[in-house]
Design a protein around this ligand. Structure first.
Ligand code: DGP
Length: 141
């Protein structure tokens, strides 16, 4: 886990002003800017200014400020882009191309073609399997 601004991190460079970006919101702790390769126009990234690799490395205070800003920016994205809704997501390590925790906010409209964000779904074979998995996860909480 890295919790200090990193010279290697492209998002830290955006935060310090060394890297170019189109910022839509900024406060003491968080920043939001346009994703340069948007799923749809208006797709924003929201992140803490403090470099933290993944969602699980955030402190409780950081989680709070990040989600408060994500809610604010998400509402603005929906209104500004005249979208019917939005998708909010965080990649952690797998599919995470920039290791500085960030929330994707993607404006969505019915029939926009994403069809549930490309997630293939599976099923549980039995209630016993569900119970075993429920207990396995609960052990770590
Ligand atoms: P992820 O794959 O979940 O880590 O998302 C990283 C996103 O960051 C991806 O959608 C593209 C975007 N991105 C990568 N480099 C830059 C950059 O230099 N500027 C901006 N604005 N977005 C970037």
């Amino acid at each position: 886990m890295t919790i200090r601004p990193s010279n290697e991190c492209i998002f830290c460079k955006i935060i310090t002003g060394e890297g170019k970006s189109f910022i839509v919101y900024e406060d003491t702790h968080c920043i939001a800017f346009l994703d340069k390769r948007p799923v749809f126009l208006g797709h924003c990234l929201v992140l803490t200014k403090m470099h933290v690799d993944t969602f699980y490395d955030l402190s409780e205070a950081q989680v709070k400020s990040l989600f408060v800003v994500a809610q604010k920016v998400g509402k603005a994205v929906e209104k500004g882009m005249k979208a019917q809704g939005s998708f909010i997501g965080i990649n952690n390590i797998v599919s995470q191309s920039v290791p500085h925790c960030h929330i994707h906010i993607v404006p969505r409209n019915k029939g926009d073609g994403l069809r549930g964000f490309f997630w293939p779904r599976t099923t549980y074979n039995s209630k016993e399997v569900m119970l075993a998995i429920q207990n396995t996860i609960k052990k770590f909480l």
